[in-house]
Design a protein around this ligand. Sequence first.
Ligand SMILES: CC(C)(COP(=O)(O)OP(=O)(O)OC[C@H]1O[C@@H](n2cnc3c(N)ncnc32)[C@H](O)[C@@H]1OP(=O)(O)O)[C@@H](O)C(=O)NCCC(=O)NCCS
Length: 187
Amino acid sequence: MITEVRLRPLRNADFDRVLELERQLFGRGAWTYGMLADELAGLGRWYIVAEPERLDRAGEQPVVGYAGLWFDGDVTQIMTIGVDPAAQRHGVGRQLMAALLERSRKVKAEAVLLEVRVDNTPAIELYRELGFEILGVRKRYYQPENVDAYTMRLDLSVAADDTADAPVGAPVDAPDDAPGDAPGDAA
Ligand SMILES: CC(C)(COP(=O)(O)OP(=O)(O)OC[C@H]1O[C@@H](n2cnc3c(N)ncnc32)[C@H](O)[C@@H]1OP(=O)(O)O)[C@@H](O)C(=O)NCCC(=O)NCCS
């Protein structure tokens, strides 16, 4: 049972666990090692993971969530977010998103964009709760599943005050720029 999570930068040592979660969460659409490594090596990437903090166990715990974004100089794009099915609905996804939005404000992005499967109710509900609005539909965006995506956008100039009170689990040791020892990931 997760009592709390701590957010920190994604490191190379997290790859195996993140890829395991990718396969569990995204099936045939999961990133491969090469895709993850290439993504993290890209400019403007910022990736984090969520580790559970349990009172009864010391030391490092298996990562239960991960998320990342790409800042292109104008807007940020949420590249991925995933939470271990066993840890879902405990606020981990909300904390990861809050950290990505905080990062987006810090780099002075005008807006945050993302794509989400049109049938992904949990994620759509999470994004709506944070103020994202649907911009449009991208036909057959997800392959090989051949499923449409909604494009969603959060205007940061409008949302700044709305999310100020959100429960943010800020990555205490996250550096200002992309995590140093890792290339970054995506959704
Ligand atoms: C989407 C996802 C990251 C949410 O993570 P999570 O840790 O379970 O989410 P949280 O517990 O922080 O939930 C925050 C809010 O999101 C919404 N939400 C989350 N799961 C939901 C569900 N199954 N049904 C409806 N709403 C849901 C709710 O509004 C929830 O708030 P509440 O619990 O107070 O009602 C998780 O479901 C996941 O990993 N899904 C598979 C991967 C994926 O689809 N990623 C997104 C790709 S675009």
